[in-house]
Design a protein around this ligand. Structure first.
Ligand SMILES: C[S@@+](CC[C@H](N)C(=O)[O-])C[C@H]1O[C@@H](n2cnc3c(N)ncnc32)[C@H](O)[C@@H]1O
Length: 209
């Protein structure tokens, strides 16, 4: 089933509305990059699962024997079952905080070969993303792709204390120029109010930084 057909199925079965054009774009780019690096996709990690729409769709990236891991502070059992049923890949959902180092240790035991793709879609603040990136960088293998949802949401977002702080957009402007990565691409907000995805490439054969 191609991504567009899969999206229709995910929408119907999980009763959600997805930001379709940007996520489909991101999936195409991720596949293209990792194929160019001779890498098959065995593991995808998502921080911030919520309704599971992106997770179930991105499971389509993964080889049939691969694993999709989702981390969210608040996944109900019923939702987990619904997401697993539609994803058609092995799915492991962790009801934990993405920025807790114990979560990272647990994930590391599940993926000895490392993570091929990490999708960031939890709290949309710069601080949260800094913390999640620090965790994710210990989990990824090279080559890999890091994908950041909602890079075009405006410059401020509320943190967990209700304070307005720098957002995903500020994080993206900083991180896309970071020398630890081998390049970036982005699809930014369009007139329908969709909020964009940024992709960072990590090529193979480089030292972990
Ligand atoms: C924007 S929603 C995710 C949308 C989801 N990717 C989708 O496709 O529908 C943000 C989610 O991040 C979760 N979240 C916020 N802070 C988190 C944290 N520290 N660790 C894990 N999940 C977190 C929230 O519980 C919420 O479900």
């Amino acid at each position: 089933m191609n991504d567009t057909e899969r999206l229709a199925e995910v929408r119907e079965k999980l009763a959600i509305t997805q930001h379709d054009d940007e996520i489909l774009w991101a999936m195409r780019e991720i596949r293209f990059f990792l194929r160019s690096q001779n890498c098959s996709i065995k593991t995808v990690l998502e921080y911030g699962v919520d309704g599971g729409g992106n997770l179930a769709l991105m499971a389509n990236l993964i080889d049939s024997d691969g694993l999709m891991i989702g981390v969210d502070l608040a996944i109900t059992e019923g939702r987990s079952a619904a997401i697993e049923a539609v994803a058609q890949r092995k799915v492991c959902l962790l009801n934990r905080s993405s920025i807790d180092p114990e979560t990272t240790k647990l994930i590391a035991t599940m993926v000895p070969g490392g993570i091929d793709v990490c999708f960031f879609d939890s709290l949309h603040t710069e601080e949260q993303l800094d913390n999640e990136l620090e965790q994710a960088l210990t989990l990824i293998s090279r080559p890999a792709v890091l994908a950041f949802h909602d890079i075009g949401i405006g410059t401020q977002r509320h943190n967990v204390n209700g304070e307005l702080v720098p957002s995903t957009s500020i994080f993206w402007d900083k991180i896309r120029k970071d020398e630890r990565f081998d390049g970036y691409d982005a699809k930014v907000a369009n007139k329908e109010g969709r909020c964009g995805i940024g992709l960072l490439w990590l090529e193979k054969g480089k030292e972990a930084r």
